[in-house]
Each structure stands twice: as structure tokens, then as C-alpha cells.
Design a binder for this molecule. Structure first.
Ligand code: NAD
Length: 332
């Protein structure tokens, strides 16, 4: 009989269950938990070989100590970003950590474009108007994306996919990345300094990871340097943006459009139906009052193809960790 590998899946949703069980071989036993991983809930991982976590589960020193104390050997992130994991400490303590580096850059890139197009053509308003029999076009005026300058901050897998799509729209694309992608060659695309991108772009879209250097990279002085009426899009991580500074930028009309798929304080907000709750986050509630702001709840990754790929890579990582075979690019 095969040795079963026991995996506790934290912050699990119905769709995680569907895709993981669909791809699950008979030597892995998934246990699906609603709870988010934290110091308080880590005890739920008792007797597991691995825990499977998502973007808002916290894997800090205290959690790592608890997991190791219970014999957990592997943290399998079912996402690409790992800013919620204390990687240095995990490595030092010998806890294996894996992730899904590239499940579908196209999924997030296409969602980025959906935000740009929806905000520009005010589809959120148009949809409601037509539903109510209001066919007035006043207030719905948009602009042609063709020939507009779009600034892409971070040209990794997702940023590059966005650049390719924008090429089809005939945009001028300005990129900033400390490690430029030399094979990213397109007509109307050039790398520039961050300052130049910030001052020149009509649309700015963030595609870099969250770390000490990028925390609040969009702050009050950078917003002040932007073009009047700029469109700002963030589908990366909420803390790249100083949300209060952005609210001031919207109030002063410096920022003309804001599209977010991620939010600074999303940890205690997103991925749950809170429609009958009183939301206590005043900053988030203020954002929702603006007519030129569109927020989605971290759904950029949420396509059929991406979830299948996440499930397959996560299962492969569980097998690799069980064999202590961690010399792969999916292990950190
Ligand atoms: P990636 O690692 O392929 O690319 C990140 C790029 O950012 C790299 O080229 C890197 O050099 C660059 N970079 C690093 N520091 C930078 C800085 N200071 N300024 C500008 N660029 C910098 O990552 P990816 O797969 O393209 O993902 C990008 C981000 O998207 C992830 O870090 C994650 O936070 C986010 N993401 C969001 C969703 C979602 O559902 N909304 C899904 C997946 C990933």
C-alpha cells in the first residue's frame, strides 16, 4: 500500500476543492479548511505532512515554528507571490516552501485589460443605466486606447503578456523594470526610467512583486508627478499603493481612473461574501464612493486554465517535497 501524503488546505474555497480533487492522485489526502493560516489556526495542521496556502495566509516566524513543531515539512503555496511567507526563516529552519510561479500570466494580463477598457468606456455605469432603461450617453465619454502611452511597471511574465496585448491596441508602451526582459521587443515599446514612465504615461499598470523596495511605490510625490487624469491599474499586490495618497489623488482629480484587483488591507476582506456585514474599513468604503474607481476582489488569476494549472503544479510540488526533491524552480 502507498504511503499517503496528508495535506491541509487552508483558506479553501469550493473551487479549490473542485480543481485539486479533480487532479488528485490516490496517494494524496487533501483536507479542506475554511480557516486562514495564522498563529491561532496553525494547530489545525496537526498530523499533516504539508499545508497548502493562498495569498492571505500568514506564514511568519511564529507559524513556521508551530508547523515544524507538529511535524509539517512543506508549505505549498497555490499562488505565485510569496510576500506572506518569511522565506529566510523557513529556509533557516528547514521548512520546504514551494509555489506556482507561472500558472497563467495571460489570465491576470487579460483581467488588467478588462479593467482598463471597463474604466475607459465606463461599462460599470453603462450596464446599470441600460438595465434601468436609461440610454443617455452623457457621462460615458471614453477615449481611444490607440496611440495612448501605457506605462508597465514590472515586465515579468504578466507585464510582458500585458505588453503583447497592448501592442494589438496600437498603444505606445513604456516599461520600467530593474531587470529588463531583453527579448521583449515590440514596435512602440521602450524601457525608460521609473520617473519618466510616471510622468509620461496616460495609463500606469503595476506588475512587480511586493517587497521592501516596492512597498508604497505609488505614493503622494509620485502621484503628484503623474499626468493629470492618469489611469492607475493595480492587479499585483495592494501594498504597492499608498491607498490614502491615491484617494487624495482622486479627490484632486490628478487620478482620473483607478482600477484595482488587489487592496492594501484585503487580507480581512476579500474571498468571502460580506454582503450582509457592515464593512468597517473606511478607506475601502471611501474608494467605493468614487464613480471612476472599479475594484474587483483579487480575481485576476481566476480562470479555468489557471486553476487547472495551479492544481497540477501544487500536486507535483507535494510529490517533490515528499521525495525531498526541491531542486526545482517551483521551490523557494
Ligand atoms: P514575475 O516574477 O514574472 O515578474 C515580476 C517582475 O517585476 C520581474 O521582471 C522583476 O524584475 C520586476 N521587478 C522587481 N522589482 C521591481 C521594481 N522595484 N520595479 C519594477 N519592476 C520590478 O511575476 P509575475 O508572474 O509577472 O507576477 C507579477 C505580480 O502579479 C506578482 O508578484 C503577484 O504579486 C501578482 N499576481 C497577481 C495575481 C492576481 O490574481 N491579481 C495573480 C498572480 C500574480
Amino acid at each position: 500500500m502507498k504511503n499517503m501524503i496528508s495535506v491541509k488546505v487552508f483558506s479553501s474555497q469550493d473551487y479549490d476543492k473542485t480543481f485539486l480533487l479533480d487532479a488528485c492522485p490516490d496517494d494524496i489526502c487533501f483536507d479542506f479548511l475554511d480557516a486562514k493560516l495564522s498563529e491561532q489556526t496553525a494547530i489545525l495542521a496537526k498530523d499533516a505532512d504539508a499545508v497548502c496556502v493562498f495569498v492571505n495566509d500568514r506564514v511568519d516566524k511564529a507559524v513556521i515554528d508551530k508547523l515544524l513543531g507538529m511535524g509539517v515539512k512543506h508549505v505549498a503555496l497555490r499562488c505565485a507571490g510569496y510576500n506572506n511567507v518569511d522565506i529566510d526563516y523557513a529556509k533557516q529552519q528547514g521548512l520546504m516552501v514551494s509555489r506556482v510561479p507561472a500558472y497563467s500570466p495571460q489570465a491576470v494580463a487579460e483581467h488588467t485589460i478588462a479593467l482598463i477598457l471597463s474604466l475607459n468606456r465606463k461599462l460599470h455605469k453603462a450596464y446599470n443605466r441600460v438595465k434601468e432603461g436609461n440610454f443617455d450617453l452623457n457621462g460615458l465619454l471614453g477615449f481611444n486606447l490607440e496611440k495612448k502611452t501605457v506605462g508597465i511597471i514590472g515586465t515579468g511574465k504578466i507585464g510582458q503578456a500585458v505588453c503583447r496585448i497592448l501592442g494589438g491596441f496600437g498603444c505606445k508602451v513604456l516599461c520600467y523594470d530593474p531587470f529588463p526582459a531583453h527579448d521583449l521587443q515590440q514596435a512602440n515599446l521602450q524601457y525608460v526610467s521609473l520617473d519618466e514612465l510616471i510622468t509620461e504615461a496616460d495609463v500606469i499598470s503595476l506588475h512587480c512583486p511586493l517587497n521592501d523596495e516596492t512597498f508604497h511605490m505609488i505614493d503622494a510625490p509620485r502621484i503628484e508627478a503623474m499626468r493629470d487624469g492618469v489611469m492607475l491599474i493595480n492587479t499585483s499586490r495592494g501594498k504597492l499603493i499608498d491607498t490614502k495618497a491615491v484617494i487624495n489623488g482622486i479627490k484632486s482629480q490628478k487620478i482620473g481612473y483607478l482600477g484595482l484587483d488587489v487592496y492594501e488591507m484585503e487580507e480581512d476582506l476579500f474571498f468571502k461574501n460580506r454582503s450582509t456585514e457592515i464593512i468597517a474599513d473606511d478607506v475601502f468604503q471611501r474608494l467605493l464612493t468614487f464613480p471612476n474607481v472599479m475594484i474587483t476582489g483579487h480575481q485576476g488569476f481566476f480562470t479555468d486554465q489557471a486553476l487547472s494549472q495551479i492544481a497540477q503544479t501544487t500536486i507535483s510540488n507535494v510529490h517533490l517535497a515528499a521525495a525531498s526533491d526541491v531542486e526545482h524552480d517551483t521551490f523557494l
